[in-house]
Every structure is written in structure tokens, then in C-alpha cells.
Design a binder for this molecule. Structure first.
Ligand SMILES: [Zn+2]
Length: 217
């Protein structure tokens, strides 16, 4: 390992900007195709104000910087909180370090999801679901009712019900929300009965009259 450097490992896509007394640091998140991000750090100096216009420069090693940043990030959500950043022993984290960190992250994230589940049970309000809890559910690959509101649903302009993003037709009121997609699926033209939204394209599409047939008397 190069003397005077330390490496912070970040397991998640979350990035942080930290303002410390000795400087401002960026801990970047990993890209979607990266298993983790590596953030190399150097040592620095902190200037201590001793009063009477006297200052003292205190050297801070790269490792101290790295540990301080990780402590700052990981301590953000209480006692056992761990956001998946740690200081590698060498320039690259080894398998044991990664395994241990991933386990700690999963344990913490599972506790976040459990608390969101309890909150949802009690309030059924998206207002009380935190970003960390949504990140936790996404990282763990869990589909949660409380997850979708912030990221992937909107209100149907036709009936006000929640609809998933990217849906062509509202399943509640039959409003066409994405005309091109609906047409491609054979769900357009207008006047589609709400139930038709559930039909596969091959059933809902061709051969159906554009206008509802006149009712027989
Ligand atoms: Zn609707």
C-alpha cells in the first residue's frame, strides 16, 4: 500500500459529501456495473485555533481521514447503523472484508425495512417512510407496498387512483395513460372497457369494434 494513502470502500450507489473541520470530501457511490466504489484518500492537516491569533497545524493521516469519514457516514442512523462504507486494510478490499461488510449492511437494511413495515402497518402513510428505508428495500430486492409511491407511481388523472409508472391503461377507470404504448399493445383506441386493460394484447387487440356495439333490445 502506498504510504500516506487509504482507501474507503462504498458498497452502495449512495454518495455523500462531508464537510469536516479539515476539509470537504466526496465519497462517491458505485456505478451500476461496479461491485463497489473505491475512494482513495490522502493525509492532510487540520489547523487548530489556539486563540490569541495562534494556530497549530495538526497532521491527520490518510487512515484517520478515512476512518473519520466512514464513522460520520455510518453513524447517521443510530447505534447499529451501517451504510456500507469502510476502510480497506489494503488498496483493494479482500473477500473477508467484503463479506463482513455486506453482511452488516444486509442486517442494517433488513432492520430498516422491518421498521418501515411497522410504520406502514400503523399509519399507511408514505410520509413516514424514509429514503434510507426505500434504499434498503431496493438493495435487498424486496417489493414493498410502501416502496412504490415515491419512485414508481403517480395519480391517475382520470380517477385519482395510484397507478404504476409506465402503465398504458389505468386498470381502475380505463383511462389511456400512454397512447403509444396502449396502441402498441392493442389496448387503444378510446372507449376500451376497463376490463380490457387486463387482457393480453392478442385478445384485446384486433377484431374488436371501435365503438361499443349497440345494445340489443
Ligand atoms: Zn384511472
Amino acid at each position: 500500500m502506498t504510504p500516506g494513502t487509504a482507501v474507503v470502500v462504498n458498497l452502495t450507489e449512495q454518495s455523500w459529501t462531508l464537510h469536516r473541520s479539515y476539509g470537504t470530501y466526496q465519497v462517491r457511490g458505485c456505478a451500476p456495473d461496479e461491485p463497489y466504489a473505491l475512494i482513495p484518500l490522502s493525509g492532510t492537516r487540520a489547523v487548530m485555533d489556539l486563540g490569541d491569533k495562534r494556530t497549530l497545524e495538526v497532521p491527520i493521516s490518510a487512515r484517520e481521514v478515512a476512518q473519520d469519514l466512514c464513522r460520520e457516514i455510518n453513524a447517521d442512523a443510530g447505534e447499529d447503523s451501517f451504510f456500507g462504507v469502510f476502510v480497506a486494510q489494503a488498496e483493494q478490499p479482500d473477500v473477508d472484508e467484503l463479506t463482513e461488510a455486506r453482511q452488516r449492511l444486509a442486517v442494517f437494511y433488513r432492520s430498516m425495512v422491518a421498521s418501515a413495515d411497522r410504520e406502514w402497518e400503523r399509519s399507511h402513510s408514505y410520509l413516514f417512510i424514509h429514503d434510507v428505508q426505500r434504499r434498503a428495500a431496493r438493495y435487498l430486492g424486496l417489493e414493498k407496498e410502501w416502496f412504490y409511491q415515491a419512485r414508481e407511481t403517480s395519480d391517475c388523472p382520470g380517477c385519482g387512483e395510484k397507478v404504476r409508472a409506465g402503465v398504458a391503461v389505468c386498470k381502475t377507470c380505463g383511462a389511456i395513460l400512454d397512447r403509444d404504448k396502449a396502441a402498441a399493445l392493442g389496448l387503444a383506441p378510446l372507449g376500451v372497457a376497463p376490463a380490457a386493460a387486463h387482457l393480453p394484447a392478442r385478445l384485446a387487440g384486433s377484431g374488436r369494434p371501435e365503438q361499443p356495439a349497440p345494445r340489443e333490445r
